[in-house]
Design a binder for this molecule. Sequence first.
Ligand SMILES: NC(=O)c1ccc[n+]([C@@H]2O[C@H](COP(=O)([O-])OP(=O)(O)OC[C@H]3O[C@@H](n4cnc5c(N)ncnc54)[C@H](O)[C@@H]3O)[C@@H](O)[C@H]2O)c1
Length: 346
Amino acid sequence: MPIKVALAGVGNCASVFVQGLKFYSGDERRGLWHPNVAGLKPKDMQVVAAFDIDSRKVGLELPKAIFTPPNVARRYLAIPKGKVTVQPGISRSDVPPHLSGVRLERSSSEDVSKRLEESEADILVNMISSGSDSSSEEYARAALRAGCGFINCTPSLVLKNNKLAADFQKGKLPLVGDDLMSQFGGTVFHKGLLGLMVKRGIKVAKSYQLDVGGGSETLNTIDEGIKMAKREVKTTSVASEVPYKFETIAGTTDFVDYMGNDRTSYFWFEGSTFMDSGISVDVYLRSSDGANAGNVLFDVIRATYRCMKIGRLGTVGEICAYGFKSPPKPMHFDEAYTKFAALYVK
Ligand SMILES: NC(=O)c1ccc[n+]([C@@H]2O[C@H](COP(=O)([O-])OP(=O)(O)OC[C@H]3O[C@@H](n4cnc5c(N)ncnc54)[C@H](O)[C@@H]3O)[C@@H](O)[C@H]2O)c1
């Protein structure tokens, strides 16, 4: 039985995810972090429904919609026609800045639940634009009503909504999130270097991470309100890696359209060592957002499905800590990985 996945948001992340499913549908292993998670392979996942509100994508077949502007993710391979057509999604009064002036196609939360039921989706993966907090919560309610698990890749703090979290628990369904942590993105890289400094006895004083990228998600996150909310999630996640207070900032700084789906993260670290002599590091990381999400998405979907099907909801916390920047129970990233791997990576 394949894992039936529904997607909310057919943007760049969704584009690379859909291409990844095709790429790894046979024996291909290049670039795949975990071929087997919870006894499941990438080819065990299948997209059965997709929702967006951008009229340029709604009504298109998924293989066409993922390459439709403003998406800029690389075309790694051709995707054959399938049965999934992008349907109108839920939108509250939190339309992302990059869609202002674009005609929207919306439907009710109840209709989205109906579509999820009809498609027999097991899990709804939320990949809508950041800043649409109320819409993200409504997708979670729609998933719950349809008996689906919910994975929140956006920085909206859905799991911090106690009522929603309790309702998922009551419904014996997994609620997983918040804010996907890329395989080798700015956050984990920042955490890793801080962890190394702490382990080597450096007294960390300050650090920053300034991101410049293209793609509509970056365009959204230079909106002042969204930028500050996203910066808060990233900064809190990074700060948790050091066992004392120090000054740090992590967030998106600018949008450069011709960077496409790529991102450059600039890091600076300052600390002190023997006789208070200084240590500083300047380094940058170049990555591609959609591809950087792929492996972690593959892993958390397979693990979430397994714990849902065998009623092991008690391990949802480990999935969240491994795959997300703002989990309910934060852990150091290497501890989170060790626990996740012990439970799910075979
Ligand atoms: N490496 C990564 O790509 C990564 C890592 C961490 C978190 N995320 C999060 O994943 C989400 C998606 O990232 P992306 O780069 O694909 O963004 P994107 O801007 O490329 O795509 C977002 C898509 O959501 C659609 N959308 C907006 N509001 C919607 C709504 N209410 N209902 C349905 N669709 C809606 C947009 O039209 C667009 O197609 C973002 O919230 C981002 O913060 C991504």
